[in-house]
Design a protein around this ligand. Structure first.
Ligand SMILES: [Fe+2]
Ligand SMILES: [Fe+2]
Length: 238
């Protein structure tokens, strides 16, 4: 199957992709405490005696993008505080940058570079997009170096803002263009194998329950900055 089918997918195809997870969420049990290190309700407790539905390769990458999005919010809040002279725990930006290094740059992006991008390069599909994404990975690593070594406030906030500006469109393109196309370019057998490889690589790179522990770190930082409560982001609209 070629990627021409991806580009010609009817809108309903994408709506279907969006609706199915929403329907599944409706059947989760949101009231149960998870017992996991992060506090968001998790259905794993209810399924602990059964075999869990495996996390697929793209789901794995997308939920890591979710962690990255929350780190970008932490970066944003930290910059706003530095600009306004509001108190900021001095270790917040280095902690966030070290999590980016460990989870995003040394794990997530390596998976994309080794297991996702080559499929497109070999097929000659989305080649320009993949080239830009690869270049942004390199630029992101240089920015994280600068964030971790920043000598003054302007240097720090400048590098953090460049990182935010680059990674929002970066992950949005992967989520909406490249990852949906994976389903058309990788065979079902190879796709199932990718999920297992990603699982094993996650344990190697981040340790057991690496995603959950990364989430815990993010939640800790959000709490320290007072941006943990989702309801605080709700805006009254009349
Ligand atoms: Fe990427
Ligand atoms: Fe990514």
């Amino acid at each position: 199957m070629t990627l021409s089918r991806v580009r010609k997918l009817p809108a309903g195809g994408f709506i279907g992709v969006m609706v199915v997870p929403l329907v599944l969420c409706a059947y989760m049990n949101p009231g149960e405490a998870s017992g996991l290190p992060f506090s968001y309700p998790h259905p794993e407790k209810d399924r602990e005696k059964e075999e869990l539905v495996p996390v697929s390769a793209v789901e794995d990458l997308m939920r890591e993008h979710g962690v990255l999005s929350r780190i970008l919010l932490i970066y944003e809040e930290a910059c706003a505080r530095l600009d306004s002279g509001k108190e900021l725990p001095p270790d917040i930006i280095p902690r966030a940058a070290n999590l980016v290094r460990r989870m995003v740059e040394n794990y997530h992006e390596k998976l994309e570079e080794q297991y996702i991008f080559p499929h497109f390069e070999k097929a000659g599909e989305y080649v320009d997009l993949v080239k830009d994404l690869r270049e942004q990975h390199h630029a992101g690593r240089r920015l994280t170096d600068r964030i971790l070594r920043a000598k003054d406030r302007n240097d720090l906030t400048g590098s953090v803002r460049l990182f935010i500006r680059m990674y929002r469109p970066h992950k949005a393109r992967e989520d909406t263009i490249l990852f949906p196309a994976v389903h058309y370019i990788v065979s079902p057998g190879d796709y199932a194998a990718l999920g297992k490889i990603f699982d094993a690589r996650e344990d190697e790179a981040l340790g057991e329950k690496g995603f959950e522990r990364a989430m815990s770190e993010v939640e800790e930082m959000e709490k320290e900055l007072g941006i943990h409560d989702l309801a605080k982001f709700t805006r009254p609209v009349k």
